[in-house]
Design a protein around this ligand. Structure first.
Ligand SMILES: Cc1cc2nc3c(=O)[nH]c(=O)nc-3n(C[C@H](O)[C@H](O)[C@H](O)COP(=O)(O)O)c2cc1C
Ligand SMILES: Nc1ncnc2c1ncn2[C@@H]1O[C@H](COP(=O)(O)OP(=O)(O)OP(=O)(O)O)[C@@H](O)[C@H]1O
Ligand SMILES: [Mg+2]
Length: 373
């Protein structure tokens, strides 16, 4: 017996495929004119219950109306579509349906039907969700571990100093003064850790301050210099404002300091405290194309950059650098919140942070802050 490839084999393979197949007409309400056995098995319906009905009977309360709109739009434009949509079986059980749809044309290019292939991807969805939950728990565990470690690091000297001060009569003024200094330093450090965690868990609703960029320039370079002490060579590149006009930015002054502390500490860590740190300061006009690319508005921006010539970042680490809890530092040396908090803060000022880096060549983190006249 000779098999007709076009008809017999194609029909048999669709009929017995373990992927659900549906074919609908193009006119009327696009009712189903064919469904295979896998479709009936997947949805729990009988053949007679689905044939000559539009496939929307699979949708229900939890189905995203936007997904339905997307299907309708594709059908009206004769486009193929690959979409994930929440559907319901006959007994009401919800399932995630990966629906692939295409228009079917005859030899004279006339549209004759739509074909839909449905696969139940609920299990994959569940696995992804479980994996995400696992990652979140892991990150939370890492975070609490790091926070406890950092707080403990500050508590030990606090305990030691207070024990020593119990016996203050036997100490000279210099020793007492040093003890109090150490107490103060460690309380400030512990405060920074809790501050970091707090900034991460709530959105700041504080009012922004209007600041003159000339005043800010002096403040920022002094602040960065003080952060460095004499730890490394510090090179400053400052390109002054291009005109005599007064420029302003709307920011939160202490938040900018918080960002600079993190960027400078990251840079110092990447250079192992030896190397060259560069502070960039210039203005840039962001045109519509660049603005779309960077996810900010068009206009003039103040750019403040911290550049180092340390170990830099691999492409993979660059992708995750701004993710909360992402850190390549050993436990206790970083919570992985620095960059994600900094990014969130600058976003609140309608700006952004752009990172660029080459492995083994260093990194540059550039803040873009919108300028007002
Ligand atoms: C061949 C074919 C198969 C379809 N399969 C599904 C499906 O499995 N699940 C679903 O939710 N919608 C499916 N649809 C989409 C709906 O039938 C309908 O087109 C969609 O709900 C948009 O139209 P409406 O806004 O009029 O409901 C399919 C459509 C066609 C043409
Ligand atoms: N200048 C840099 N050079 C190389 N890698 C960097 C640099 N800045 C950040 N990174 C990478 O990005 C990661 C995330 O930085 P982020 O500031 O968010 O967290 P952290 O410094 O690890 O911890 P935290 O700032 O919370 O103490 C770092 O662990 C590091 O891998
Ligand atoms: Mg950091």
């Amino acid at each position: 017996m000779k098999l007709d490839i076009k008809n017999d084999i194609l029909i048999q393979s669709i009929e017995h495929s373990n992927l659900a197949h549906t074919i609908s007409r193009v006119d009327g309400d696009m009712e189903l004119i064919y469904v295979n056995k896998a479709f009936l098995d997947q949805t729990g319906y009988e053949h007679a219950e689905v044939i000559e009905r539009n496939c929307r009977f699979l949708q229900g309360d939890g189905t995203d109306p936007e997904a339905v709109k997307e299907i309708k739009r594709a059908l009206l434009n004769y486009e193929s579509l690959d979409i994930e949509i929440l559907n319901y079986k006959k007994d009401g059980t919800p399932f995630w349906n990966r629906l692939r749809m295409s228009p079917v044309y005859d030899e004279s290019k006339k549209l004759i039907a739509y074909i839909g292939i449905q696969s139940d991807i609920t299990l994959i969805y569940e696995q992804n969700r479980l994996e995400q939950d696992r990652q979140k728990l892991e990150a939370l565990g890492r975070l609490t571990g790091n926070i406890s470690h950092e707080i403990k690091n500050t508590l030990q000297p606090i305990k030691l100093m207070s024990e020593m001060l119990n016996d203050w009569q036997s100490m000279d003024d210099k020793q007492i003064k040093r003890c109090i200094e150490i107490l103060n330093e460690n309380v400030t450090l512990a405060n920074r850790v809790t501050q970091d965690v707090l900034s991460f868990s709530r959105k700041s609703s504080e009012e922004l301050e209007k600041m003159n960029t000339e005043d800010l320039r002096k403040d920022v370079s002094l602040f960065v210099k003080n952060l460095l002490h004499s730890r490394l060579k510090f090179l400053k590149i400052i390109q002054d404002k291009p005109s005599d006009e007064d420029y302003f930015v709307e920011i939160k002054h202490n938040h900018l300091h918080q960002i600079l502390i993190n960027l400078v500490n990251n840079a110092l860590h990447a250079m192992d405290d030896k190397g060259r740190l560069t502070l960039h300061w210039h203005y840039e006009d962001v045109d519509p194309m660049k603005a779309t690319e960077m996810g900010i508005g068009t206009g003039k921006y103040l750019c403040i950059g911290i550049e180092d010539n340390g170990h830099g970042m691999s492409e993979k680490n660059m992708e995750s650098a701004f993710d909360p809890f992402f850190s390549t530092k050993p436990v206790g040396e970083g919570t992985g919140l620095g960059l994600s908090i900094s990014y969130r803060i600058v976003k609140e000022w309608n700006g952004t942070i752009i990172a660029s880096s080459n492995e083994n060549e260093g990194a540059l983190f550039m803040l873009y802050i919108p300028v007002k006249h």
